[in-house]
Design a protein around this ligand. Sequence first.
Ligand SMILES: NC(=O)c1ccc[n+]([C@@H]2O[C@H](COP(=O)([O-])OP(=O)(O)OC[C@H]3O[C@@H](n4cnc5c(N)ncnc54)[C@H](OP(=O)(O)O)[C@@H]3O)[C@@H](O)[C@H]2O)c1
Length: 270
Amino acid sequence: MEREWAPDSGSLHRFGDEISAVVTGANRGLGLAFCRQLLRVPRVSRIHAACRNPEAAKDLAALSASELSRLRILPMDVTKEPSIAQMAARVGEEGRPVNLVINVAGLLHRYSADGDGPGPERRLADIDPQWLEESFRVNASGPLLVAKHLQPLLPRRAHAVFASISARVGSIGDNRLGGWYAYRGSKAAQNMFTRSLGIELRRRAAGIVCVGLHPGTTDTGLSRPFQKGVPPGKLFTPDRAAGYLLTVIDGLDSDDNGSFFAWDGAEIPW
Ligand SMILES: NC(=O)c1ccc[n+]([C@@H]2O[C@H](COP(=O)([O-])OP(=O)(O)OC[C@H]3O[C@@H](n4cnc5c(N)ncnc54)[C@H](OP(=O)(O)O)[C@@H]3O)[C@@H](O)[C@H]2O)c1
């Protein structure tokens, strides 16, 4: 399914005439690319682009300036629940349901731009409890708290998608190499939360489909230190990866609730 994402008036049609989306981690990498690609879809009428530091989000501000009526930047740090509540309150002020949520904010390592700092753990001796905690707060609790505060804004019956960008290395069934404890563990916890959310959110939002999504290795700050072994053609630009995942989102139906998909639409074992 390695088709180029080429949105037209039929794209994301299951969502109805108007899509109001929330994207987290929207200032760079995959989050920014999701915003750019969603703006190409005619039925997307609103994107609430949440990021930690809007003042520093130059690329997002440029996108917002060119698409003033459709993209709105909102401050939110997923480790600070009041900021999530505030984001949801501002989204709610618009008085229309949110039918697409894409949780993109995430972290993997503490390398600086020049490569200094601790990378993901290779062995038990590398375990740092503070980093474990931080990884769980961002990668696992983050999407769960976003769900907690956006839940009242989901449509009661219509089709809606709550997607969390996970990673194949968060699959327990697929783990053959070990290591990367904080990232693997926090993404596995995120996956479990996605699965539980799929069950609970349906009680209020009958048309909700909750999924975990793996973007493939994508050329962002998060993957940059680990790109050496990636085969040619398998290192995606953020726009390409976002396009693939929007194609997956476009194809989701009710039966897909609680599943985990890769960029090419293949299901990944939990
Ligand atoms: N790139 C890949 O190859 C790859 C592969 C598999 C899965 N993923 C997943 O894809 C997602 C996006 O990653 P990326 O590659 O786009 O990484 P990235 O370029 O490093 O971007 C990470 C984003 O997360 C945000 N973020 C971090 N901590 C946050 C917090 N406490 N509150 C709010 N936002 C926070 C960052 O905001 P700041 O700019 O403020 O730091 C940034 O917008 C992650 O969940 C990652 O696990 C990526």
